[in-house]
Design a protein around this ligand. Structure first.
Ligand code: HGY
Ligand code: MN
Ligand code: MN
Ligand code: MN
Length: 399
């Protein structure tokens, strides 16, 4: 078994949180390619080196700590949401670092570590691992923009001085990712870990209603072509129409809205918003897309507007590797007997993209009150350490 050090692991997790520490509690603001993200990656590279690994940045900011020869890869991402918590991504990276360090101290097995870039999708959906895994072409990614209109190509130039070549995936025998659950199930059941069976698929696109900008005091209601009213009507209609198609696991979100010109006394002429939907079944994702397209077209026609759609980003649902899942289950039963379950992931993860390259599996630990993508995200230290031990046991079994 690998003799991991819980104190060192927790100390590193707290240290990583200092890069971009913000908000109340243990909040973090560390979006991809911002100064805190790059400083955190520099710090991580130094920790990898100190652990006996060879640090290597690739052209899109993914950071690997490479062990010699064929190795098992462990990690996640160290960028955060615009308002995030201290564990989303960071936990999986620091767990990988601690397990690789313990393996170096023990003289084996060979374990490499990774922190992928822009998992949180400043520029798309799991950008760094999607490019490395072959789900997204680099020249397409380079054109993708963040909410401010900055391109991925412009943003990654900030790390160009660190960049080496892409790392050859052929040297890795598999990938393990530990993550907080980000939902309520393990916490409510007071279970210690979840062994992930599969990860949902996602679709995400930008939608724009274009009406007519006008004076909010003098324009009679019947003459308005108000883009916000179109968005509101669209939202009500899709909520109704989805009911016949979805399951309790299906989710959809309008999380970003920009009205133009965004002023109290102007009837908005343009509404630009994000439409995202997720489910474990590709066919259901497709039917939802049809409803979105046809409903938006209907609303635009009825309200005398135009509607346009940005490129649709997406990842397919992915099943975890059977052998690696078995290693996680055996390890869970040894470390936390009876206090684990198999479960699907409703959040996306870098593991989705790596499944094209190698066998992958994931381990969840509980999220207190199911909170994540918020400053209030947290997990009991005992659960963090139990998860580390289960992952280390699985790595020893699988490597
Ligand atoms: O949104 C997600 O599922 C991921 O945390 N980026
Ligand atoms: Mn994450
Ligand atoms: Mn996240
Ligand atoms: Mn005026």
């Amino acid at each position: 078994m690998l003799d991991v050090n819980p104190e060192r692991f927790l100390a590193d997790l707290h240290r990583l949180r200092e890069f971009g520490a913000a908000g109340v509690g243990k909040g973090v603001v560390r979006p991809a390619f911002g100064a805190p993200d790059i400083a955190a990656r520099d710090w991580l590279a130094a920790q990898m080196q100190a652990a006996g690994l060879v640090p290597r940045f690739d052209p899109v900011g993914n950071l690997f700590g490479l062990a010699a020869g064929p190795s098992l890869l462990i990690g996640s991402h160290s960028d955060s949401q615009p308002e995030g918590g201290w564990l989303d991504g960071a936990l999986g990276v620091i767990a990988g670092l601690e397990i690789a360090r313990a393996a170096q101290e023990a003289g084996g097995p060979a374990i490499s570590v990774v922190s992928f870039q822009d998992e949180e999708g400043r520029f798309g959906v799991t950008t760094g691992s999607a490019i490395w895994g072959g789900n997204l072409a680099l020249d397409v990614a380079d054109q993708q923009t963040d909410a401010q209109g900055i391109t991925f190509a412009e943003a990654r130039a900030a790390m160009a001085h660190l960049a080496g070549d892409f790392v050859d995936p052929g040297q890795f025998t598999g990938f393990l990712e530990m993550h907080i659950e980000q939902g309520p199930w393990l916490f409510e059941a007071q279970e210690a870990v979840g062994v992930v069976s599969d990860i949902v698929g996602i679709r995400d696109m930008r939608v724009t209603f274009e009406g007519e900008q006008n004076h909010a005091g003098t324009t009679p209601m019947h003459r308005r072509r108000d883009a916000f009213q179109a968005l509101a009507r669209f939202n009500g209609l899709i909520n109704d129409r989805f009911r016949n198609v979805v399951t309790p696991q299906t989710v959809w979100t309008i999380g970003h809205v920009r009205l133009h010109p965004d002023a109290h006394s102007i009837v908005p002429g343009r509404a630009v918003f994000s439409m995202q939907w997720r489910d474990g079944d590709s066919e259901r994702l497709r039917r939802m897309e049809e409803i979105i397209q046809s409903t938006a077209a209907q609303v635009a026609q009825e309200m005398e507007m135009t509607v346009t759609f940005g490129p649709m980003l997406g990842l397919e649902p992915v099943a975890m590797d059977a052998r690696l899942q078995a290693a996680l289950r055996e390890s869970a039963e040894a470390e936390v007997p009876g206090r684990w379950r198999a479960m699907p992931s409703g959040a996306l993860h870098d593991a989705t993209n790596l499944a094209r390259l190698m066998p992958v599996a994931m381990l969840f630990v509980p999220s207190i009150n199911g909170i994540s993508h918020a400053f209030g995200e947290d997990t009991d230290e005992a659960d963090l350490v139990a998860g580390l031990r289960v992952l280390a046991g699985a790595a020893a079994r699988a490597a």
